[in-house]
Ligand binder design. Structure first.
Ligand code: NAD
Length: 421
């Protein structure tokens, strides 16, 4: 997504490359490896027709990008959104390379997207779009090559259609080609909650590090989909009070606290969080600036910018979304002493349980939820400790710490593999 802000256009790919450059400079990265990692390995653009319910045919544009395959097959979600761009998908693919390296799972980075507002399509049209898009990107995907997962506006049903389409084409069932599938199809227990659960594990660790008592903490959440609404519920379960939430229609604020289960129900019934009884309607952007101890951006990129960063009151910013903070805003938050848990660490719970799902698929195994959550906790707590140690050692932000760790791990893998031919 390219975001207009105060007259300036923020391009996610430029942000991603800038973040990489900072880490590469600091690591003194070998020039050849730096050149390779600065660009995606493969970018596929597809234009494909879909039969609509009214008998017309519409041509859609989609992308699949593989950033790096040094540590394993590409892994990354598929996004359906009207503002998807190739640059956005490239940025998200690069972030996936770093994310998988931060948590130490054996994947490279990939991402996909289709330019579509799925809310304008019927279920039948969405299925047709998904099956044809899957067919078009079959050049790249496969259980050993590139494994898609859900992202914004895609879900377990989307993954079931993708898995079925791929399986029909090869002639046998291939559960390992996507993750985030329904449980009935080999989906992992705990995958639906995994991104939010992982984010909350990192918040609990941050609070411990900062000496913050979560039972007295207030929380604001931007975005009320898979990541945001479940993070709101899980942080409430830790004893914190959620005072504001938002979705694409706007926000709500109740300084005394929101009943999250009722807000989830309200959104299901009304299609929006706004109008929730006992809370004041506020703008979507105002949710970022309310009085709170913990802010969880869980919507889209470029939400915290040079324009609003100074107004953020939270002590902890937990990036459940990918790329919610621009580099300028990063510096402002760091200077203010905000403890920011970077996206490539904070939301890595999703890809971690996707990895568990893939392992279960390849082994024809099924783990119970307690085992999934326990393994997820182990990986998130370890990754948090490693990033914190790096940031303290380097006297740098948590983002810089995470990047130094991740980029070095990817560079090491490439270096020992050597240059082919
Ligand atoms: P989703 O489609 O389930 O939810 C997105 C939510 O954001 C919706 O509630 C939507 O209304 C809201 N939203 C959109 N624009 C908004 C705006 N301008 N202001 C406030 N809210 C807005 O998507 P999701 O899976 O929850 O993804 C959210 C973020 O988390 C994305 O950045 C995604 O890349 C990231 N993420 C998701 C996963 C996952 O497993 N689902 C994993 C890692 C990262």
């Amino acid at each position: 997504m390219t975001t207009e802000h105060a007259g300036a256009t923020i391009n996610a790919w430029e942000v991603a490359q800038h973040q990489f450059d900072l880490a590469a400079d600091r690591l003194g990265l070998d020039d050849a490896i730096r050149q390779v990692l600065r660009e995606p390995r493969r970018e596929l653009t597809v234009h494909f027709p879909v039969s609509m319910d009214d008998g017309t045919v519409r041509v859609f544009t989609g992308y699949r990008v593989q950033h790096n395959l040094g540590r394993g097959p590409a892994k990354g979600g598929i996004r359906y959104h009207q503002d998807v761009t190739r640059d956005e998908v490239k940025a998200l693919a690069m972030w996936m390379s770093w994310k998988c390296a931060v948590v130490g799972i054996p994947y490279g980075g990939g991402k996909g997207g289709v330019i579509v507002d799925p809310k304008q399509l019927s279920l039948k049209e969405l299925e047709a779009l998904t099956r044809r898009f899957t067919t078009e990107i079959e050049l790249l995907i496969g259980p050993e090559r590139d494994i898609p997962a859900p992202d914004v506006n895609t879900n377990a049903q989307t993954m079931a259609w993708m898995m079925d389409t791929y399986s029909m084409h090869v002639g046998y069932t291939v559960p390992g080609v996507v993750t985030g599938k329904p449980i009935a199809l080999g989906g992992s227990e705990g995958r639906h909650e995994a991104t939010a659960r992982g984010a909350v594990f990192t918040i609990v660790e941050s609070a411990r590090h900062l000496g913050m008592d979560l039972t007295r903490a207030t929380v604001s959440v931007q975005g009320f989909g898979n990541a945001g609404s479940i993070a709101a519920r899980l942080i409430r379960d830790e004893g914190a009070t959620v005072v504001a939430v938002s979705d694409s229609t706007g926000g709500i604020h109740a300084p005394g606290g929101l009943d999250i289960d009722r807000v989830i129900q309200w959104k299901q019934e009304h299609g929006t969080v706004q109008g929730f009884p006992g809370a004041a309607d506020i703008s979507g952007m105002a949710v970022l600036e309310v009085e709170c101890d913990i802010l969880i951006p869980a919507a889209l990129e470029n939400q915290i910018t040079a324009r609003n960063a100074a107004n953020i009151k939270a002590r902890i910013v937990a990036e459940a979304a990918n790329g919610p903070t621009t580099p300028e805003a990063d510096e402002i938050l760091h200077a203010k002493g905000v403890f920011l848990i970077p996206d490539i660490l904070c939301n890595a719970g999703g890809v971690t349980v996707s990895y568990f799902e893939w392992v279960q698929a390849l082994n024809r195994d099924h783990w119970d939820e307690a085992m999934v959550n326990q393994k997820l906790r182990g990986i998130m707590v370890k990754a948090f400790a490693e990033v914190l140690a790096m940031s303290l050692r380097e006297e740098a932000s948590m983002r810089t710490g995470a990047y130094l760790l991740a980029v070095q791990r990817v560079a090491d893998a490439m270096s020992v593999r050597g240059l082919y031919p």
